[in-house]
Design a binder for this molecule. Sequence first.
Ligand code: NAD
Ligand code: IPM
Ligand code: MN
Length: 364
Amino acid sequence: MGTYRIAVLPGDGVGKEVTSGAVEVLQAIASRFHHQFIFKYGLIGGEAIDRKGTPLPDETLHMCRQSDAVLLGAVGGPKWDKNPPHLRPEKGLLAIRKEMNLFANLRPVKVYPSLADSSPLKAHIIREADLLIVRELTGGLYFGKPSGRRVENGEEAAIDTLLYKREEIKRILKTAFELARKRRKKVTSVDKANVLESSRMWREIAEEVACDYPDVELEHMLVDNAAMQLIRNPKQFDVLVTENMFGDILSDEASMLTGSLGMLPSASLSTTGPSLYEPIHGSAPDLAGQNKANPIATILSAAMMLRLSFGLNKEADAIEKAVQQVLTSGYRTVDVAKKGQHVVSTKDMVDEIRATILDDEAIF
Ligand code: NAD
Ligand code: IPM
Ligand code: MN
C-alpha cells in the first residue's frame, strides 16, 4: 500500500470531463490495490485567466512541484482565441512544461485490434503497429527568441525562432535510445536536415549519441517523408525522436492509426522533479460539455503515471487491460464508433472501465 499525491489540472473544454473520468479510474485502482491517491486541484489555461488573470497562477505551479505527479486535461477554446499572446491559455501549458523542465514527451501509439475498423486507414496497414514518438518539449520554435511582431522596411513582419542548444538535443536523443533499448531497438530520428541548420546539428548529435548504443539501430528520416511513411507503413517504426513542432504534428497524424485523437496518451518527463501526464488532444470545443469526448487518452495517461512515476506496473497493466477489454466488448464513444455501432457517453465509458477494474473475477 502506498500514498501518492496527484495534482489534477482539468483545464478547459473536454479537459474537465476527461480528467474527472481518469480520477474515477484511479480511485478504482486505489480501492482494488489498496493504495491512497490524494488529489489536489489547480487552475490552468482559460479558466485560470478568467479567475486569476494569468494562464498559470503561482499557486498552481507550487502545488504541482509539491506533488508526486501531475494529471492535466487540456487548455484553450474560442473564448480566448483573440487574447494577447501572454494571456492565451496555451501559454499556461508552455509555461508549466518549461518551469517543470518537462523536456521529454512520450507519445505511444498502439493500435487496439478491436478498433482496426475505426481507423480511416486499411486494417492490414495499421494492425499491430506499435510505435513511440519521443517529442522534445521545452525547446525549438515554441520557445526560441526573438519571437513576435516587428516592422521590416516599413512592413509588418512576424518572427519565431527555432533554436536548440547542444545539450537539449543530446538529452532527448539519449532518452530515445534508452527507451528503444527496452523496445525493438530501433530509433528513427526525424529532422529537416536538407534545409535547417538546427536539424543538421541534431543529426550530428544523433550520430554521436548512437555510438554509446551499438545495440540500437539509428536511421535518419526527413520529416516530410516521415509524415508519409507513417501512413504508408507505420509498422516500420519503433521509436521516433524529433524536435518540438515536428513531434506535435506527427503525433496528431499518428493518432489516426488508432482511430482517434481521443486514444493517445502522453507522459512529459523531467529529470529534476515530478512528471506530467496528459492526453495529446486539445479541449475539443465542438464536443465540450456534451458528455461525448473519448476519455481513454486521459485514462491511459493515468496508467503511464502509475508505471513511470510510481513504479506501479501491475496497476498500470490493470488499466490498460480494462481499456482493451471494454473496447473488445464493443463500447465506443462517438469518435471511434462506426456506422450502426452503439455509441456510449464519456461517463458510460468511464463507468465500464471502472467496473472492469473492480470486477472480482478479473485477474490482473
Ligand atoms: P483538439 O485536439 O481540441 O480537437 C481536434 C479534433 O479532435 C476535434 O474534432 C475534436 O472533437 C476531436 N477530439 C479531440 N479530443 C477528443 C476526444 N477526447 N474525444 C473525441 N474527439 C476528440 O484540437 P483543436 O480543435 O485544433 O484545438 C482546440 C483547442 O484546444 C485550441 O484552443 C487549442 O489550442 C487547444 N489545444 C490544447 C491542447 C492541450 O491542452 N494539450 C492540445 C491541442 C489543442
Ligand atoms: C499539444 C498541444 C500544445 C502543443 C499546444 C496547445 C500548445 O497541441 O500538447 O500537443 O503544441 O504542444
Ligand atoms: Mn498538439
